[in-house]
Design a protein around this ligand. Structure first.
Ligand SMILES: O=C(O)CCC(=O)C(=O)O
Ligand SMILES: [Fe+2]
Length: 373
């Protein structure tokens, strides 16, 4: 058993407890240690969670890989706090959306979150991938300017470690799903090589406390546009929409952050690769519940997305349902740009809310693959 000496692995320091009287999502808690050791029961649970809701907890405490990620997460939370403390004027220098890039900074209120035109209430900072072969966190294609904290050697080493280790987890999950889907060996991992250009990124999210009289959703409901998301949360606020069983709107429930665990979810690419067998569930970030609402909420996310040129369409696996309709031919890069920038209000373009949508309609439909128990 790896040694655990960081307090945040046992509890989250300096934040009020998550309340006990709000509805929470009954997500499966999987063990990274068991997945790494090839436990077939844990493989089955992973597949089931991916079909049923597309969200699960992953216990990072029981393997060296997981503990290393928890340590990096603690330090990267601190980097994120310092990063967002820069002046707005400075941060805006790193907003590259006008260049059709979704890397860098997104200010609060830069995107619409619903059809009524309400604006988001959080800042993002997205960094480019670190590849195993190229020693540059800020680009495997063209390098973007970055604030000095991200250029420091220490931060780069930390980001490199976090990206490489997160991607190991992503590759493990993809290989397990690959085999359950009856795909040729390594089909899914080979569409996500960290050495190729892709939309992989690390994101820091910051949402300040909202005014008492007007607390609402900060990050609008969405499905993630990539393949696998590794999310590190401390404060509540994340909510998933449970699959509805009777055609009505599913209930919104909180995902309670658990110390030592990541929240993993599947994105649109997995829906498209499997013709809807796997689920990319709708989620959003609401004001944190109870006393937590008075705190500033930070989160750290690793997004793994298919390589830029990969076409998002059904893969030929023996357990993947056949197609009834003709599929749209869209590559990963185009899909990500459409989704990531399609709801930005600061680009001088008219917003077509529906056009920037993902696989929500599929997620909203009752998943016919749901077990009947
Ligand atoms: O901050 C969170 O908990 C979730 C963020 C999220 O869903 C996203 O960035 O796609
Ligand atoms: Fe998300």
């Amino acid at each position: 058993m790896p040694s655990i000496n960081k307090e945040s692995i046992v509890n989250f320091p300096n934040i009020p407890p998550f309340p006990t009287d709000v509805p929470t999502a009954p997500l499966l808690q999987l063990s990274l240690g068991k997945l790494l050791s090839g436990d077939p029961i844990e493989f089955n649970r992973l597949f089931q969670a991916s079909v049923d809701i597309g969200f699960f907890y992953l216990d990072f405490r029981d393997s060296e890989l997981g503990v290393s990620l928890l340590r990096d997460t603690d330090e990267l939370f601190d980097v994120g706090k310092t990063l967002f403390e820069l002046s707005l004027e400075e941060k805006k220098k790193y907003d590259f959306s006008a260049q059709n890039s979704y890397f860098g900074y997104k200010g609060q209120g830069a995107a619409v979150i619903d059809r009524d035109g309400n604006l988001d209430r959080n800042e993002f900072y997205n960094v480019r991938p670190m590849t195993a072969s190229k020693d540059d966190i800020l680009g495997i294609s063209n390098q973007l300017p970055a604030p000095s904290i991200l250029q420091q050697e220490e931060t780069r080493t930390l980001l490199k470690s976090f990206m490489l280790n997160s991607h190991k987890i992503v590759t493990l999950i993809l290989s397990i799903l690959n085999d359950k889907l009856g795909l040729q060996p390594n089909t899914l991992p080979n569409l996500h090589r960290q050495t190729s250009p892709s939309g992989d990124q690390v994101r820091w999210v910051k949402a300040p406390p909202q005014p008492l009289s007007n607390r609402r959703v900060a990050l609008g409901q969405h499905t993630d546009f990539g393949s696998i998301t590794v999310l590190m949360n401390r404060l509540g606020g994340l909510q998933v929409q449970l699959p509805a069983t009777d055609g009505s709107q599913g209930e919104w429930v909180y995902v309670r952050p658990i110390p030592g665990f990541a929240v993993i979810n599947l994105g649109d690419a997995m829906v498209k690769f499997t013709n809807g067998l796997l689920r990319s569930n709708i989620h959003r970030v609401n004001a944190p519940p109870g006393a937590q609402a008075d705190c500033t909420r930070h989160s750290l996310v690793y997004f793994a997305r298919p390589e830029d040129q990969v076409i998002l369409r059904r893969l030929d696996g023996s357990n993947i349902p056949g197609l009834k309709d003709v599929e749209e031919e869209v590559c990963s890069k185009e899909w990500i740009i459409r989704r990531a920038l399609g709801r930005r209000v600061d680009l001088g373009k008219e917003i077509d809310f529906e056009k920037a949508a993902g696989t929500e309609e599929r997620s909203r439909r009752r998943n016919l693959n749901l077990r009947s128990e």
